[in-house]
Design a protein. Structure first.
Length: 248
């Protein structure tokens, strides 16, 4: 009940200020070029002149299948004036309702603490990223889930999967990654665990071949497939293996 009340408080406060009073855009906000910004310690989004341009650009990049990651940011010096102790999450949640014309299943929320520049009592407290989603790849707030069959790695690597592994090897080569394999194979738990490990090691090998330092890659097995939570589509059911990569 406390959690539901907290959500209701954030949403109701935002709706009253931005929709009823139309105070998301006032004279102070118009001076700020940032599309979305917040008062220090606040979680209500104020809209700048470039908001429509930002939103249209994000919608264009989203396409039909991708998801939008909304990252709420708070400065380490701030204290939350919202119902949430986590001010970054409160900002992400209130920003989510600026994109309410997008299905909630395609909106992913995340928060972090960062150094923010303060101008006239306002700061940028949110940023965005497009999460790629197709039959092989589902980016998440913590990394990515890869889906494939055994023969995909043994024969010709699917183009989308190959391109994504190349992207990881270039853009994330300095990050540490936990690679967790799962399988839909029928059999004993130990056998499924071994198959999951085999899938994880196969992905590790492909990353190492593309230049990633093997010491940055840790392999685990999660065994049963259902332990990894993903929300792409039922098309994922055609694949035997799934590997989750958590990027740190």
């Amino acid at each position: 009940m406390v959690f539901l009340f907290a959500i209701w408080s954030v949403i109701s406060g935002w709706y009253y200020v931005c929709i009823i009073k139309q105070s998301c855009q006032d004279s102070l906000v118009s001076k700020n070029e940032s599309p979305i910004h917040f008062k220090v310690n606040g979680s209500v989004p104020f809209l700048g002149q470039n908001f429509d341009s930002l939103k249209n650009n994000l919608l264009l990049k989203l396409g039909e299948d991708n998801a939008l990651l909304i990252i709420g940011i708070c400065d380490s010096s701030e204290s939350s004036s919202s119902a949430y102790e986590n001010l970054g999450f409160a900002r992400a949640l209130s920003t989510k309702y600026l994109f309410r014309d997008i299905s909630s299943s395609r909106l992913v929320l995340k928060s972090k603490v960062g150094a923010l520049a303060i101008q006239d009592g306002y700061l940028e407290g949110v940023t965005f990223s497009i999460l790629l989603r197709n039959e092989y790849i589902e980016e998440t707030s913590t990394g990515v889930i890869l889906r494939f069959n055994d023969e995909d790695l043994e024969e010709n690597l699917p183009t989308k999967l190959e391109a994504y592994l190349t992207y990881l090897s270039i853009e994330k080569r300095r990050n540490t990654m936990e690679i967790m394999g799962q399988t839909k194979s029928i059999g004993r738990a130990m056998d499924r665990n071994n198959v999951g490990l085999k899938a994880a090691y196969a992905i590790k090998k492909l990353l190492v071949l593309r230049g990633v330092d093997s010491t940055n890659l840790k392999v685990l097995s999660m065994g049963d497939l259902e332990l990894i939570v993903g929300n792409h589509t039922d098309s994922s059911a055609v694949f035997n293996n799934r590997v989750e990569i958590r990027i740190n």
